[in-house]
Design a protein around this ligand. Structure first.
Ligand SMILES: Cc1cc2nc3c(=O)[nH]c(=O)nc-3n(C[C@H](O)[C@H](O)[C@H](O)COP(=O)(O)O)c2cc1C
Length: 416
């Protein structure tokens, strides 16, 4: 699809009452929603790739809760207000984006679809939406900065060895190439087991057995993508173990990465990183307060999409308390369960400044290959405008003042 220059995207008023694409658009007809792309991905991907990108902790009940909790949020419309689609351009940390949503960080996304990092970054740059590269992704931050120079955010896991030598070096590299926001993930204190992934037989490094090979052969798009982009690699670590083969590199990273950041470590990163800093994986308002007190610029209310443990509250339910605690002083982003523009508006109405999506973008790759992410982004753009128009909100500010019924709102008994 032909895209306007990025400067046009941010200034394009686009208050037309029509969505950006005609209903007979081929992609739209094939996949009119993001969940429909999940079904496409399930059919088209090798079983292990789908298990990797789609599977959660335990019985997947955390994933189901995230969806249910979003579905339960009711928005009360006001009519007679406007007949135009509202503008949704959004400022996050001083930069303008095409909408209040973005791509959440995903490690080893190439296992879900080879070349995933590159496709996601390219689409995000074209759509002008934030793209968060994971340090355990398949592209280096230097490569990502070439593909997505205007929209690059960077996420690092905890790499405590040698007094965080590699983590700090990655942050230096990210700064050097112009990544705009640094994201520290807090919600992986313990390695998790995802039963669907385990049962699929995925091993790290990627070594397909016979059953996997047969499944790859039955999946032409995945096979072609693997031939073009190769097997998943841990690109950002390559310079720290330059001669390591795939197996040695996996072992190297396994030894480096452990646990999740302590608050003292967050403070150390805050000292080194001068640009906007986010902590991700916050559920408790007291943790959000702590992050802001340490100088973080925002928090991501998230449960890792239900991939770590299935017993956590849905982020949409924790969001109002977190937003009440820090939303005036810091940027509050929510992820986990977002599957539509309507979900984005639900998050805005409950106090988020933006909502990010992970699995939905992976489904789009599974369903449509390289064309998927931009289609998912266009859907989010059109659906968000449509949802705002449907409830009579003329702007994101008005969406944030929508009357909401929220039966699942979490009441924290210990505020600090
Ligand atoms: C395949 C995959 C890999 C992920 N890897 C990471 C990661 O390396 N670091 C991180 O902070 N979050 C990671 N996440 C979590 C996402 O950043 C995000 O929190 C989650 O996907 C949001 O929920 P959703 O999938 O329901 O949209 C991963 C998610 C997926 C689906």
């Amino acid at each position: 699809m032909q895209r306007p220059a990025t400067s046009d995207v941010i200034s394009r008023p686009n208050t037309s009452p029509l969505p950006s694409r005609a209903p007979d658009n081929a992609l739209l007809r094939q996949y009119p929603t993001i969940p429909m792309m999940r079904e496409g991905a399930r059919k088209k991907l090798p079983y292990f790739a789908f298990a990797y990108l789609d599977g959660g902790a335990g019985e997947d009940s955390g994933i189901a809760r995230n969806w249910r909790a979003l579905d339960a949020v009711e928005l009360v419309p006001r009519y007679g207000v406007s007949t135009e689609l509202p503008p949704i351009e959004t400022e996050l940390f001083g930069r303008r984006y095409a909408g209040p949503f973005g791509v959440a960080p995903m490690g080893s996304p190439s296992l879900g679809f080879p070349g995933a990092d590159r496709h996601l970054a390219t689409a995000a740059q074209a759509a002008r939406l934030p793209y968060t590269l994971s340090a355990v992704g398949g592209m280096t931050v230097e490569e990502a900065a070439k593909v997505a120079p205007d929209v690059l955010w960077f996420q690092v896991p905890r790499l405590p060895r040698d007094n965080h030598k590699i983590g700090f070096d990655m942050v230096r590299r990210a700064e050097e190439v112009g990544a705009h926001v640094l994201v520290l993930t807090m919600d992986t204190p313990i390695r998790t087991i995802r039963p669907r992934e385990t049962r699929s037989g995925i091993r790290s490094p990627f070594r397909p057995d016979l059953r996997m090979m047969l499944s790859i052969l039955a999946s032409p798009s995945w096979f072609a993508a693997m031939r073009r982009y190769g097997v998943p690699r841990l690109a950002s670590f390559q310079r720290y173990a330059p001669n390591a083969n795939l197996a040695e590199m996996t072992e190297f990273v396994r030894k480096q990465a452990s646990g999740a950041f302590t608050w003292d470590e967050v403070a150390m990163y805050r000292e080194r990183w001068k640009r906007p800093l986010l902590v991700k994986g916050i559920v408790h308002p007291g943790d959000a307060e702590r992050a802001v007190a340490l100088g973080c610029d925002g928090v991501v209310v998230s449960v890792h999409g239900g991939r770590q443990i299935e017993a956590l509250p849905a982020p949409i339910d924790a969001l109002p308390a977190v937003a009440a605690a820090v939303g005036r002083r810091a940027t509050v982003i929510m992820d986990s369960g977002v599957r539509s523009g309507t979900d984005v508006v639900r998050a805005l109405a409950l106090g988020a400044h933006a909502a990010f999506m992970g699995k939905g973008f992976m489904w789009s790759l599974g369903a449509l290959g390289a064309d998927g992410p931009l289609h998912a982004m266009d859907l989010l753009i059109d659906e968000t405008k449509a949802a705002l128009g449907q409830i009579g909100a003329r702007s994101i500010q008005e969406a944030r003042a929508t009357e909401v019924r929220h039966p699942g709102a979490f009441r924290f008994s210990s505020p600090a």
